[in-house]
Design a protein around this ligand. Sequence first.
Ligand code: SAH
Length: 349
Amino acid sequence: MSAQETLSAVFARLIANFGPISVMQYMGEANARYYAARDPLGATGDFVTAPEISQMFGELIGLWLADIWSRAGRPEPVHYVELGPGRGTLARDALRAAGKAGLVPQVHFVEGSPALRALQSQAVPTAQWHADLSSLPENAPILLVANEFLDALPVRQLVRAEAGWRERMVGCEDGRFRPMIGDRPMDAALPETLRDAAPGTIIETCPGAATVVGEVSQRLAAQGGAALFIDYGHAEFRTGSTLQAVRAHRKVDPFADPGEADLTALVDFATLAEVAKSHGARRLGIAEQGVWLRALGIDARAEALARAVPARAEAVAVARDRLVDPEQMGALFKVMGLTASGWPEGAGF
Ligand code: SAH
């Protein structure tokens, strides 16, 4: 395969030779290609995330971590771990705020994209990089943050056909990719309650997210610490496809131009909370982002920023609303907090 060959061409050849590929393979390879070579964030990119909207987001997370670490007896050494840090903005803001509260951790980034690693090293030059969680240190508690990381991990979709459950696949017709129903029976993979769902029903699972949350939970149990997973998703299980593609701030067809748009799926926090528990972590709860940020004092922080730079008061108010307003990010985005057993309660849950 030449480096210039589009992923569309690769998929089309694969499907022509071997038949349809799973939605999970399609999404996984599309996102690997998408993130490897670009910075997708910001006004000139494809989408904007909470830390890019306002420094208040990262600062409040940094203060949350410093608070729980402080009440845990200020263990040293301690590791700040971030999964998929994007431009490094959240880490930079969080570490600045945490440092003022006396928390100066070692910094570890789990990042797959060479392009984003380069940007992250400008934001946080002292960070160490990891391709996955397995090489993270084991000697001390971890304070882990993952914002809009789990939603990028590939989902497996199962669809109820007339004859039973099948995997949802991607085929190619006349040069266009289309979702279709696979041949192999998948009924054994379904819980009893869903076996007889109406034809057309789709369910999603995210094995990668479950693996990550399971591994983090095991580390919390073994090493101590706390974790915050922030993403858009639901606090209770739902059916339906949530696969979506965003390009230049607009929703586009996820089956057009794989590798050229950001593919995401909503995060199933209910399932992940169960995974966390079964791997030994304590669950603090699943809060709506808006409620959580207000409990941490975003309104007071916004007022202080507006007072300090009156010319920016309007922009700060707009940013605060974007993060908190239930009609904007406030309700769809959730914060799942986990700790080691024996660590203190976290603020805002
Ligand atoms: N947390 C950042 C960026 C979110 S975009 C923010 O809030 O702005 C998703 C991030 O996860 C990117 O940094 C992307 O490169 C990374 N990522 C996606 N899939 C990954 C994978 N399988 N392994 C490692 N990093 C991944």
